[in-house]
Ligand binder design. Structure first.
Ligand SMILES: *Cc1c(COP(=O)(O)O)cnc(C)c1O
Length: 231
């Protein structure tokens, strides 16, 4: 079976990259949490990753994710993270099936998630998505709106605000990239001062993981480097 071996090799390489980036930044490797982004990949690949030790998986598309979660219901210690754009008519499915939502970008969605979160489950762990480079192709709020949305989310009983998620532009100049990552790190630290539960800066994907870790990311979301290219 070539596939499981390939995944193990990929995982070892990603873990090594995280370790090296942490070392360069003089950070503890345990301070960076790896989320395996399994969108578009079959449940069988999630099982391989699970057997290799991964427990956190990120998904972007509600229906695809809910089907996969049902198929993998026996793996009770998987934490499912919703990381894609979320429409109001899909909030119930997300509230019922996920542990985390990283892509909160408006109060209406946050309110619905809180109302629809089943009370037998722990509160939904949420991140506010910031559109740091103001790209029309990406969801998220402007940094200037962060304080207000955070204060509102903090009032919602079935949500726990854990921090910020962002997807900086892949086409930015080196200087622009540094600026964006710095601004996110600053906003994260300010939020941490204000809210006890805030401990997560979800920043960095296959291509910008090292830069993100250098700027204080505590959670990297990695798809391609683990599971290969998507269709
Ligand atoms: C797809 C996706 C990822 C993973 O990206 P890769 O480049 O494949 O590592 C991470 N975060 C979000 C929000 C995504 O949509």
């Amino acid at each position: 079976m070539a596939q499981p071996l390939a995944l193990k090799t990929q995982l070892a390489s990603v873990e090594q990259q995280i370790e090296q980036a942490c070392k360069a930044a003089q950070r503890d490797p345990d301070s960076v949490h790896l989320i395996a982004v399994s969108k578009t990949k079959p449940a069988s690949m999630v099982v391989e990753a699970y057997q290799a030790g991964l427990r956190d998986f990120g998904e972007n598309y509600v229906q695809e994710a809910v089907d996969k979660i049902a198929e993998l219901a026996q793996y009770k210690d998987i934490n499912w993270h919703f990381i894609g754009p979320l429409q109001s008519n899909k909030t119930r499915l997300v509230a019922e099936n996920f542990a985390w939502v990283q892509s909160i970008d408006r109060l209406k969605i946050a309110r619905r998630l809180s109302e629809q979160r089943p009370t037998h489950l722990p509160p939904l762990q949420v991140l506010i998505q910031v559109n740091i480079d103001d790209e029309s192709s990406k969801s998220g709020i402007a940094l200037e709106q962060l304080q207000e949305l955070a204060a509102e989310i903090d009032q919602l009983p079935q949500l726990t605000l854990r921090g910020i998620m962002s997807i900086p532009s892949a086409n930015a100049s080196e200087q622009q990239q540094q600026q964006s990552f710095n601004a996110l790190a600053e906003a994260f630290h300010a939020l941490q001062q204000e809210y006890d539960n805030v401990d997560t800066l979800s920043l960095g994907m296959s291509n910008d993981m090292a830069t993100a870790i250098q700027h204080g990311s505590t959670m990297v979301r990695v798809g391609t480097s683990l599971f290969g290219k998507r269709q």
